[in-house]
Design a binder for this molecule. Structure first.
Ligand SMILES: N[C@@H](CCC(=O)N[C@@H](CS)C(=O)NCC(=O)O)C(=O)O
Length: 204
């Protein structure tokens, strides 16, 4: 298998962190320079017509894209430690939290950064700073929601570390490009972030 990665991008980081948690080794890694628009090249579009990273090329020639779908596949190949739920019921609840975090926290942060950071103008064509400001407001509201969530449960999806923590952590780390540091005034989020940041996978 070959993993098409991009070191500074948040979606590939979700998968890298997921692999690190499972101590997955032996998957070839290929860096894609998205600032140089390598993902828009003909050869990469042949792998992923959507021209996005990450992508996982399987040994039989098929290509998986979408971070969460890649994680589903890796969870199947490397079941331990479980990060997506041990049975249908737990899987449903973890997916619920993970999707809420992706839709309500990750996306606004991504839009905020992509529409306001000069370094992202090469990817976001056109950049619309006014949309970035609206996304910033939504990210603040999502951080308030996440703070309330973490006041009631230790991890993003409940009582244990799961893929939902990875999604949230990678979103918040990407938000630093917009100087978004919601943990400074939200104590439960700060404690959670310290816990997640101390895991070895946080360096992935
Ligand atoms: N829904 C996709 C999103 C993938 C995505 O947007 N990746 C970004 C990097 S984090 C990308 O390839 N950006 C290139 C571009 O916007 O042109 C996933 O979960 O993998």
């Amino acid at each position: 298998m070959r993993f098409y990665d991009s070191a500074l991008a948040p979606n590939p980081r979700r998968v890298r962190m997921f692999m690190a948690e499972k101590a997955v080794t032996g998957i070839e890694r290929r860096e894609i320079d998205i600032n140089a628009l390598e993902h828009e090249s003909d050869w990469f579009r042949a792998l992923n017509p959507r021209a996005r990273v990450p992508a996982l090329a399987l040994d039989d020639g098929r290509v998986l894209t979408e971070s969460r779908a890649i994680c589903v596949y890796l969870e199947h190949l490397y079941p331990e430690p479980n990060l997506m739920g041990v049975d249908g019921e737990e899987r449903a609840f973890i997916e619920m939290w993970d999707r809420r975090i992706e839709l309500d926290l990750f996306f606004p942060i991504a839009h905020w950064v992509r529409h306001t950071h000069p370094g992202l103008a090469v990817l976001e064509r056109p950049q619309v700073p006014a949309w970035g400001e609206i996304a910033a407001q939504r990210a603040q509201e999502a951080a308030d929601w996440f703070e309330r969530t973490l006041q009631a449960q230790s991890f993003a999806a409940g009582a244990r570390f799961t893929i939902a923590d990875i999604t949230a952590y990678c979103a918040l780390e990407f938000g630093r490009l917009a100087k978004f540091r919601p943990w400074t005034e939200r104590p439960a989020l700060a404690a959670w972030r310290e816990t997640i940041g101390n895991r070895a996978s946080a360096k992935a």
